[in-house]
Design a protein around this ligand. Sequence first.
Ligand code: FAD
Length: 283
Amino acid sequence: MIKDMLENKRTVSFEIFPPKKDGEFKAVFEVLDALGRLSPDFVSVTYGAGGSRSGKTIEIASYIQNTLGIDAIAHMTCVGSTKDALLSVTQALREKDVTHILALRGDRPRDMSDEQFASRAFAHASDMMDFLRENTDLCMGGACYPEKHFESFSMESDLNNLKKKQDAGAKYFISQMFFDNDYYYSFLEKAGKKGITAPICAGIMPITSAKQLGTTITLSGSSIPKALSDLVAAYGDSSEDMRKAGIDYAIRQILDLRENGVNGIHIYTMNKAKMAAEIMAAL
Ligand code: FAD
């Protein structure tokens, strides 16, 4: 069980995503084979918010679980989903022996009308967890946000909602990416005071190109410390130097987390196996 692993030992795990284009799908299995050789403790697979490509998440999670023999977590979002649709995904996962999911609300898809959004079957991830706890025996984890979720008006209310996810059955959490470890340490302390006892894995996103700061990071709402923006200013124009500096920054972040007793590290690999290998070698 991933929960037991996270509670009892140091772990390094990876996140990967199913490519958007069918033509790129085959290549993802080569990436998976390469990631598998790095012996991560588990690998999580993202899911499109509307669930339209859930089959790809299932296929990849099954490959990780059954072919590579590594524990897989399939992400699942509920924002655009009916109860029946959700159950058909969980059944398909069960048939492939994938028993871990990261239960997420997801972001509102652009083509979802106000009416559809207001009448969605599950308002929050905790509602989905309540439903899945009652209807399946999957082991669930959830997302958390060291700098608070962008819709929350305060950290306090976000943490109260995190506690609802734990009460609804979340056995562990994986954090949003952060680039300043102090946010994470402060978050752990506040979460502890709120009664969050489930292990919280630290989400680390290596910044290997200047472009990432404008896209992924803006969407995540994570703040950029001066040390990282200085690095992008210095190396952003040279792709290889930027790549090396970004990986080095992530390694330093992870080593600092470990020195401070953080056991669970989840690397957002962006499907870059070479980058993951360099990080693992340094650890
Ligand atoms: P929730 O837990 O529902 O929280 C959303 C907001 O509602 C928060 O502000 C929260 O405070 C509030 N809230 C929660 N519960 C309640 C409640 N009971 N009452 C009132 N307010 C409440 N997106 C994808 O589309 N696919 C993925 O694969 C994916 N993977 C992710 C993995 C990780 C580790 C993380 C951190 C995020 C991931 N996301 C993914 C993004 C995620 O879907 C978005 O951040 C989304 O906006 C929130 O999802 P959530 O599950 O945290 O939602």
